[in-house]
Design a protein around this ligand. Structure first.
Ligand SMILES: Cc1cc2nc3c(=O)[nH]c(=O)nc-3n(C[C@H](O)[C@H](O)[C@H](O)COP(=O)(O)OP(=O)(O)OC[C@H]3O[C@@H](n4cnc5c(N)ncnc54)[C@H](O)[C@@H]3O)c2cc1C
Length: 525
């Protein structure tokens, strides 16, 4: 796989390095080429050609140990005019934690990852922003309290990263996304001051501008989140996932509509199509042979869960859903955070994330499949319900990141965004790669207002520049949404013209042979 080119690694600015070493300790300032290359991308290394656009190798990587360290780093960055990039576990795929202009990457997951306090009396916990969701979830569960929601990348994704990206995930249906599960945050602002965004023990309504909301979804452009106080919910003692099979994805549209209009509020609703399970089986994983599975997870007391399950059983049966064995439901729940195991065959996998109205489920599913076929791609559709009216489709496809031609596959993400616009929805998130979408999603006036907020708070433009608000190259040139669209349309035309690749199947066969040789054949979890 291509790693960032060594030629793109420039010398770290010596005066900034000296100041940082004096301020936070030499051992917390990393300038070796190898280390910096590791921080030059998020989900997957970029092909070398991307370096024409992005100075994606940081000049310096720092690991702060405290909020005061973060303040010192921000102060030095302002003095030296060096950009800062906050980084969690780097599991997001749109280049949010990848530098565009080099600068200082602040590794929040390195050391600032502690659970500080779980306050059972006030139903909240306070954690450092670099703590991962699983660690926090487990610590809270041990005290009989449940985190409202978390991303399916929760074994590594950080609390600060998911809030900054404002995702949707497991539990969002019942408890809302990261923003709705916040009491307060401590944020080091671009000028080095500290913002306490809310209130630790009570809700923040009727308290002036909502500063929690300002930081949620800001993608690290308005400050570095250092501590977070999250709301907790009493755990009723029972957590159960039930799986229902259907012939095809489109068949779940009507039962979903009936369920989402009923009084039953499950913890989580997720779905995966038959292709998803087929790829897993080809990768040697244990996966059911069905057209589609709809997973409904319940939490609460045993009696409430039984009552809700019976109500959902009736809805599903009415629409032809077959209830699967309890072991399947449990297996699907255990796998909820490992959707992309089929990548083990050695392929890259890119998910698109779009939200649309539930009433448009069928035409959007049809359109996503049509696109996969036109683009001659190996791919599948999974997704979740975000709330009663919003469904998130996550169509994903496999691709070979070593092949320049396959980079044309990125056009699929652009085209799925177009489908979502057509149905009154939108794609999720911007980062560095889809920052040009902001104007299409929010309109010119809103973007102007957002830029005014950014300029007022970040006068020196040091906080994660080149993200969210506009797509910029390393030379500071902005790429307009029109130019981005043209480039993606051209890539789409090229992709349609290219012959079909059978790379997933080929690699899956090689992978199966290799497992047989090693004696690890058979289906695994
Ligand atoms: C297998 C898999 C499953 C996934 N499932 C989901 C899912 O269910 N739902 C979902 O929403 N996403 C999902 N994602 C995407 C991603 O994992 C999440 O968005 C995750 O929350 C990102 O957290 P992170 O710590 O990796 O952040 P990073 O990728 O490191 O950063 C994300 C953004 O947040 C900013 N940031 C990070 N930390 C801070 C901080 N302390 N202060 C300010 N800004 C900060 C970064 O600059 C960047 O812009 C998935 C990804 C994978 C690989």
């Amino acid at each position: 796989m291509a790693a960032a080119d060594d030629k793109n690694v420039r010398d770290a600015p010596s005066s900034a390095v000296k100041k940082l070493e004096a301020a936070i300790g030499k051992e917390n300032v990393k300038t070796s080429k190898m280390e910096r290359l590791l921080y030059s991308h998020d989900l997957a290394p970029l092909p070398n050609v991307a370096q024409l656009g992005f100075m994606n190798v940081p000049d310096i990587v720092v690991r702060p140990r405290s909020t005061a360290d973060v303040q010192r780093i921000v102060k030095i960055a302002n003095e030296e005019g060096v950009p800062i990039v906050p980084r969690g576990a780097s599991t997001w795929g749109l280049g949010g934690s990848m530098p565009v202009f080099g600068g200082i990457v602040i590794d929040m997951a390195g050391v600032m990852n502690k659970v500080i306090d779980i306050d059972v009396d006030n139903l909240c916990c306070t954690v450092e922003a670099g703590a991962d969701y699983k660690k926090v979830y487990d610590a809270c569960m041990a005290k009989g309290l449940i985190l409202g929601s978390y991303p399916s990348s929760f074994p590594s994704a950080t609390i600060g990263g998911w809030i900054a990206k404002d995702g949707v995930g497991v539990g969002s249906y019942k408890y809302g996304g990261p923003g709705l599960n916040l009491r307060s945050m401590e944020v080091v602002m671009p000028d080095g001051s500290i913002s306490q965004t809310g209130f630790r023990d009570v809700a923040d309504n009727s308290a002036g501008y909502n500063l929690n909301a300002l930081q949620v979804g800001a993608e690290g452009t308005l400050g570095v989140i250092t501590k977070v106080t999250l709301k907790l919910h009493p755990f009723g003692g029972t957590l159960k996932n039930v799986s229902y099979s259907f012939d095809k994805l489109q068949d779940i549209s009507k039962p979903l509509m009936e369920l989402c209009r009923s009084q039953v509020i499950p913890l989580h609703i997720g779905f995966s199509d038959g292709r998803h399970f087929e790829y897993l089986r080809k990768a040697g994983k244990h996966a059911p042979e069905v057209g589609t599975i709809l997973n409904i997870a319940f939490d609460g007391s045993k009696e409430n869960v039984e009552r809700d399950e019976a109500a959902v059983d009736a809805i599903m049966a009415k629409h032809g859903g077959k209830k699967m064995a309890p072991e399947v439901g449990q297996h699907e729940w255990d796998e909820r955070c490992y959707e992309f195991r089929s990548r083990e065959v050695g392929m890259g996998c890119i998910p698109g994330e779009v939200v649309v109205r539930l009433k448009d489920f069928e035409p959007v599913a049809d359109a996503c499949y049509r696109l996969l076929n036109e683009f001659k791609m190996d791919g599948a559709i999974i997704g979740i319900m975000c709330d009663r009216n919003t469904v998130m489709f996550m169509p994903y496809y496999f691709f070979n990141p070593d092949s320049l031609l396959q980079m044309t596959s990125y056009a699929y993400n652009k085209k799925t965004s177009d489908i979502s616009y057509e149905y009154g929805g939108r794609p999720l998130g911007f980062g560095a790669f889809f920052a040009s979408n902001l104007e299409i999603v929010r309109g010119k006036d809103n973007v102007r207002q957002m830029k005014a907020i950014k300029s007022a708070l970040d006068e020196n433009e040091i906080m994660n520049p080149g993200k969210l608000l506009e797509m910029k190259t390393r030379y500071g040139i902005s790429l307009s949404s029109k130019l981005f669209e043209l480039a993606m349309d051209a890539a789409g035309i090229a992709k349609k013209a290219l012959p079909r690749q059978h790379e997933f199947d080929e690699r899956a066969e090689d992978y199966a042979d290799e497992r047989k040789r090693k004696g690890t054949g058979g289906h695994q979890h």
